[in-house]
Structure formats: structure tokens, C-alpha cells
Design a protein around this ligand. Structure first.
Ligand code: FAD
Length: 314
């Protein structure tokens, strides 16, 4: 099923909905662990899951394999990320063909990050320059078969010279045929709300899924916010400073922060939440429970087709 149809249905019903992002693990054991996580996290009723495409196409085969398994074996609606980095048209075609053959109908079309060790992004021979080129190509070659999503940047993309241009480029991606937007992580909710207003003022009507990255560890949070140049409100810095060496306290704070961010977003009319899970489940589950999006009691009830589902929790 196309994710845009699910989003439209949830929006019509005026109910919150959520989705989970994963990345391809480095080891075979990690992949097996991820599959059992799919089984458990499927009980949290995500509208869909998505799997990243390694910088420079490094994980392309594994991304395809994980997406196919998520869909075929775990019944999860799946979105495959696809980037332009080191991807000549032939490779893009191969990936899209395999996705199509395996019933994957949702693609997050991205320009991509530079490969590890390379500072600046550059187009490869017979490849695409911007995400919008990939969106156009998919529409041209595959018509309406795929639901296409694109990335949006509430604080502006790192390479963009100004936020107005960035919004213009986002509009181009939607006008080229993308169905919905997934945002980069952020921690300043007021800034996010004012960005969504600007998106609408710019004439972009596509649904926006709000990218939420719960703080799971102090070092990970510092690394990610430094890399993405994310604005971190003073209150968060002050709250984290005294507990930064206490992993459990940081996780607990990360859960409460995400819950309060989501509550404020809900009050401002946001319905779609896209969780960057970092392949971990407890934190996302705790957030959904605290928001009362899911009921813990229901999750522990053994499923009729697999009574082991509740035993393998993290
Ligand atoms: P684009 O929309 O092409 O924008 C790239 C830059 O070019 C921006 O600065 C933009 O302002 C500018 N630009 C766009 N169009 C034009 C134009 N017509 N003329 C001039 N300038 C233009 N990376 C991965 O490698 N793998 C992943 O799986 C992955 N998943 C992601 C998921 C989400 C939700 C997000 C938000 C990001 C993800 N990324 C991923 C990171 C992403 O690839 C990088 O942020 C990348 O640098 C930009 O990708 P984009 O699709 O936004 O690019």
C-alpha cells in the first residue's frame, strides 16, 4: 500500500500516527536482531517503517534485503530510502526494479550525504545532482507506482545559502511529484512550528511527518547535533549537563523531552511523528506509551499467531 494513502486516512480521521526509521546493521547478527525488533515493534502499530540507504550506496543490497523482509515476513508497510550518491541511472533503475518486484511501493528520494571520508557532495557520471532530479526520474519511469517522500529541513539544509531558497527547493520536489515530506531532526519546537507555517505560505500543501530523534545517549546526542548543526535550546543543555555521565538518567530525560515535544506539536495540530529509532526499541516504545498512543497491556498480550512475541523484549 502507498504510505500517502495511509497518511491521508489518518488525517481524515484526525488521529495521530507514527512511523519508525532504521538503518542497516553492520553485522549479520545485527540484521537478525533487527528482524526480531521488527516483530516486536510491529506491535506498536507504526503506519510504516523505513530503512536508510548507506552514504555512498554502501549498504544498498542490505537496504533492499531488509526492506523486502520487513514487508514480506513482518507485514510492515515499508519505505526504502534511495540516494543519488554514487548512483548512476543504471544502479537507480536496478534498485527501483528490485523494490517494485518485491512489492515495495514507497521511496524516500534523497540526494544523499557524501560517502564517509569525503567532505563535499559531488554528482557521479550519469547520475543525478539533486533529489528533485531523482523524484522526476522516478515519476517519469514508474508513473504513479511509487509513493515518493522527500526530506525537509526546518533549520535549513547545511549547504543551503538561505532558508527561502531551501523552501523553494522543497517546493520544487513536491511540484515534481513527491507526495509527502519527512523532516530532519530538531529540538526547538517553536522554530519547527514557525517553519511549518512558512512551508504552507510557500504554497506547499503536502503532509509533513515530524522527525523526532529521542536522546538515547549524551555522546550520541552531541555527535548528531554537531554534525547536523541542530539548534539546541538552552533548557535542554542545562538539563543534560548535570546528568551527562549517567546513561540511565540521560535516556529517561530523552523520553520525557520527546514526550513533551510531541505533546506541544499535537497541541499545534501535528499528527504525523517519524521516530529516528537508531535501531533501538525501548525508548520509542516508552514515548508512545507515555503519549498514550499505545497501551502497554495490549503489547504484552501474546499474539495468537506467535506467543513468543512478548518474550523477546529488549
Ligand atoms: P536536496 O533536496 O537535493 O538538497 C541538497 C542541497 O541542494 C540543499 O542545500 C538544497 O537547498 C540544494 N538544492 C536543492 N535543489 C536545488 C536546485 N534545484 N538548485 C540549487 N540547489 C538546490 N542520507 C543518506 O545518505 N541516506 C539516507 O538514507 C538518508 N536519509 C535521510 C532521511 C531524512 C528524513 C533526512 C532529513 C535526511 C536523510 N539523509 C540521508 C541525509 C540527506 O541525504 C542529506 O541531508 C543530503 O545532504 C541532502 O539530501 P536532500 O534529499 O535533502 O537533497
Amino acid at each position: 500500500m502507498k504510505i500517502i494513502d495511509k497518511i491521508n486516512r489518518a488525517t481524515e480521521e484526525n488521529r495521530p500516527f507514527w512511523s519508525f526509521e532504521y538503518f542497516p546493521p553492520k553485522t549479520q547478527q545485527g540484521v537478525l536482531n533487527l528482524f526480531s525488533r521488527f516483530e516486536r515493534m510491529g506491535l506498536l502499530n507504526p503506519e510504516f517503517i523505513d530503512v536508510t540507504w548507506g552514504a555512498g550506496g554502501t549498504t544498498s543490497d542490505l537496504t533492499l534485503e531488509i526492506c523486502t523482509t520487513a514487508k514480506a515476513s513482518y507485514g510492515l508497510e515499508t519505505c526504502m530510502h534511495l540516494t543519488c550518491t554514487n548512483m548512476p541511472k543504471k544502479k537507480v533503475d536496478d534498485a527501483l526494479k528490485i523494490a517494485k518486484e518485491n512489492g515495495i511501493r514507497n521511496i524516500l528520494a534523497l540526494r544523499g550525504d557524501p560517502p564517509v571520508g569525503q567532505a563535499n557532495w559531488s554528482k557521479c557520471d550519469d547520475g543525478f545532482t539533486y533529489a528533485v532530479d531523482l523524484v522526476r526520474y522516478i515519476r517519469q519511469e514508474y508513473g504513479d507506482f511509487f509513493c515518493i517522500s522527500v526530506a525537509g529541513y526546518p533549520e535549513g539544509h547545511l549547504d543551503s545559502l538561505n532558508k527561502e531558497d531551501d523552501l523553494g527547493f522543497l517546493k520544487e520536489k513536491i511540484d515534481a511529484g513527491a507526495d509527502y515530506i519527512v523532516t530532519q531532526l530538531f529540538y526547538d519546537v517553536d522554530m519547527f512550528i514557525s517553519w511549518t507555517k512558512k512551508v504552507r505560505e510557500a504554497g506547499i500543501q503536502a503532509p509533513i511527518l515530524t522527525g523526532i530523534m529521542p536522546i538515547q545517549s549524551y555522546q550520541g546526542f552531541k555527535r548528531m547535533t554537531t554534525m547536523c548543526k541542530t539548534r539546541v535550546p538552552n533548557g535542554i543543555i542545562e538539563a543534560l549537563d548535570p546528568i551527562k555521565d549517567d546513561d540511565a538518567a540521560v535516556k529517561e530525560y530523552g523520553i520525557d523531552l520527546a514526550v513533551s515535544m510531541c505533546r506541544k506539536l499535537l497541541e499545534n495540530g501535528v499528527l504525523g511523528f517519524h521516530f529516528y529509532t537508531l535501531n533501538l526499541e525501548k525508548t520509542t516504545q516508552a514515548i508512545l506509551e507515555k503519549l498514550e498512543f499505545v497501551n502497554a497491556k495490549d503489547l504484552y498480550r501474546p499474539l495468537p499467531w506467535n506467543t513468543s512475541a512478548h518474550k523477546h523484549r529488549e
